[in-house]
Ligand binder design. Structure first.
Ligand code: IPE
Ligand code: IPE
Ligand code: MG
Length: 240
C-alpha cells in the first residue's frame, strides 16, 4: 500500500473531534461547532501540499454517529450536502481531488448523487487527494472484506484492497494519524490502514485546528523513528 499524490508524499488522517464541546463551552448549539469545523477542513486541506502531505483522510461521520439525536444527524447531513455543492469549484481550483469514503446506501436522498458529481468534477486534481469519511466503520469494512474473500486466500496487499474497496476507498496506509479534541482513541477509524501509523493526539478542538497545528504534528512525525518491526538501520551490528 502506497501513499498517493507524488513520490514521498505523506498520508495524514485526522479524527476531527471536539466540535460539540467547542460549541457547548461557548453556550452555542452543537451544530455551530460543526459549522465552524467546515472552515477548519478548508484551511487544513489547503496547508497540506506545502507540508508534504499528498493524501488527507478526514473522519467526518462514523457509522456509530447515527445514534446521535435526529436533529444533530440531520444538521450534519445538511452540512455535508452544502459542502459538496459549494466546495467543489474551490477544490477543483486548488488541485484537490475529493473522494468520499464510507457506505452510501444509508445517506439521505441527493447526497450520493452530490458525491458522484463532486468526485467527477475534481477527479483530475493532482496536488492533494482529500478523502472524507462518512458513514464509515473500519470494523464493518474488515467484515465486508472477509465476506468477499474468495477461496479464503489473501495477502496483506490483496486483503487491504478488499477492505478499502468495501468503503469506496483506495488502499493507502496511514503515515500520521491525528486526533483532535483531547480523546486518545481510534473510534473505529482506519484500523487496517493505520497498522504502522504514528499517532498524534492534541487537545485542540477541531473548530480551532489549523495549519500551525498540522505543521506541529508533521514536525513531531519527522522526529519519530519508524521501524516497521525491524531495527534502526544504523543500530544493526556488523556481522561477526
Ligand atoms: C466530531 O465532533 C464530529 C462528529 C463526530 C460528527 P463531536 O460532535 O464528536 O464533538 P464532541 O466530541 O462532542 O465535542
Ligand atoms: C469519532 O468521534 C467520529 C468522528 C470524529 C467523525 P466520536 O466523537 O463519535 O467518538 P467517541 O464517541 O468519542 O469515541
Ligand atoms: Mg466526539
Amino acid at each position: 500500500m502506497q501513499s498517493e499524490a507524488g513520490p514521498g508524499a505523506l498520508h495524514a488522517a485526522i479524527i476531527m473531534d471536539g466540535n460539540g464541546r467547542w460549541a457547548t463551552q461557548r453556550g452555542l448549539p452543537r451544530l455551530a461547532g460543526h459549522h465552524r469545523g467546515v472552515e477548519a477542513i478548508r484551511r487544513t486541506a489547503e496547508a497540506c501540499p506545502d507540508l508534504g502531505i499528498g493524501t488527507l483522510t478526514l473522519y467526518a461521520f462514523s457509522a456509530d454517529n447515527w445514534q446521535r439525536p435526529a436533529d444533530e444527524v440531520g444538521g450534519l447531513m445538511r452540512l455535508l450536502r452544502s459542502y459538496l455543492r459549494n466546495e467543489t469549484q474551490r477544490l477543483a481550483r486548488t488541485g484537490t481531488r475529493l473522494s468520499v469514503v464510507g457506505r452510501r446506501d444509508r445517506l439521505p436522498n441527493g447526497i450520493p448523487e452530490a458525491i458522484a458529481q463532486a468526485e467527477a468534477a475534481t477527479a483530475s486534481g493532482g496536488r492533494l487527494h482529500l478523502r472524507i469519511c462518512v458513514d464509515y466503520s473500519a470494523r464493518d469494512a474488515i467484515i465486508a472484506a472477509a465476506q468477499r474473500l474468495q477461496g479464503g486466500e489473501a495477502t496483506r496487499e490483496s486483503f487491504g484492497e478488499l477492505v478499502a474497496g468495501t468503503m469506496h476507498g483506495s488502499p493507502v496506509d496511514v503515515d500520521l494519524l491525528i486526533r483532535t479534541g483531547g480523546e486518545q482513541r481510534l473510534s473505529d477509524f482506519m484500523l487496517w490502514e493505520a497498522a504502522y501509523a504514528e499517532l498524534h493526539f492534541t487537545d485542540r478542538m477541531w473548530p480551532e485546528f489549523g495549519p500551525d497545528d498540522l505543521a506541529a504534528a508533521v514536525a513531531e512525525f519527522a522526529r519519530r523513528e519508524r521501524r516497521f518491526g525491524g531495527l534502526k538501520t544504523a543500530a544493526v551490528p556488523a556481522a561477526a
